[in-house]
Design a binder for this molecule. Structure first.
Ligand SMILES: [Zn+2]
Length: 239
């Protein structure tokens, strides 16, 4: 069966024989004033989770424009999945899942541009999609709900609203997170792919940090250089 091409490696991660997307190595060890972890993409605090709390990028590879799916999209996906299941009498949904699973998606996720990835950022295998959807979400949670209460399903969906990495309970069980990637998991760099903050704003905030003594002149120069390089890469046509 012909499948649309999906890169099997982690988005933007280095692969043997292939340069990493967006070339620059992840610099997740950057720290800001006071030693707090800083996102190398948006220079905001990146928080302790899998995703930057400032720009939603994957902390292990913030240079890839793929972001974590927001809570509303995930909840909508959860609901849509149930609707699709019902209107296709389950059978249609299962056939559809067989088509989407090799792309690390479910039917609802394929409609909402979401992908299931492992906590290391790699898209999961079709086998893992089946385990996640059918074994864990239907069978295991179904049994749990039958023993305790149907509220188990509600708790599973609402978990998205409170969880740091926007995971459901079945995500926790199989170790998955959900990326939102309308252009696919490994999109080519685009002109106009703008950073979370306008470059000038970032430069100004950097200068303020230097003036306030939060960073040294050396650090200022180094980060300024990095910002300018990134701006050059994002908009190669600008002089
Ligand atoms: Zn960020």
């Amino acid at each position: 069966m012909a499948e649309p091409s999906l890169p099997s490696p982690a988005p933007g991660m280095p692969v043997a024989g292939r340069p990493a997307a967006h070339a620059r190595a992840p610099t997740t060890l950057d720290t800001g004033p006071g030693g707090l972890p800083t996102c190398p993409y948006c220079h905001g605090p990146r928080g302790p989770g899998l995703f930057c709390t400032s720009c939603d990028r994957f902390n292990r590879n913030p240079n890839n424009p793929v972001i974590v799916a927001n809570r509303l999209r995930r909840l909508g996906g959860y609901l849509l999945e149930s609707v699709l299941f019902i209107i296709t009498l389950g059978i249609g949904w299962l056939i559809w899942l067989a088509i989407t699973a090799p792309r690390a998606q479910t039917p609802a996720k394929s409609l909402l541009s979401m992908y299931i990835v492992g906590e290391d950022g790699s898209p999961v295998s079709a086998r893992k999609v089946w385990i996640r959807e059918v074994l864990v979400k239907w069978i295991l949670l179904g049994i749990t709900a039958a023993i305790f209460s149907g509220l188990v399903h509600l708790a599973n969906a609402l978990w998205i609203l409170f969880d740091r990495d926007r995971q459901t309970i079945h995500d926790k069980v199989v170790g998955t997170v959900i990326f939102y990637a309308p252009d696919g998991l490994d999109p080519p760099p685009r002109v106009g792919d703008r950073p979370a903050r306008a470059p000038q704003e970032e430069l100004d905030s950097l200068a303020r940090a230097r003036d306030n003594g939060e960073i040294t002149v050396y650090e200022y120069e180094e980060r300024r250089q990095r910002l300018l390089e990134r701006r050059g890469a994002a908009a190669p046509n600008l002089s």
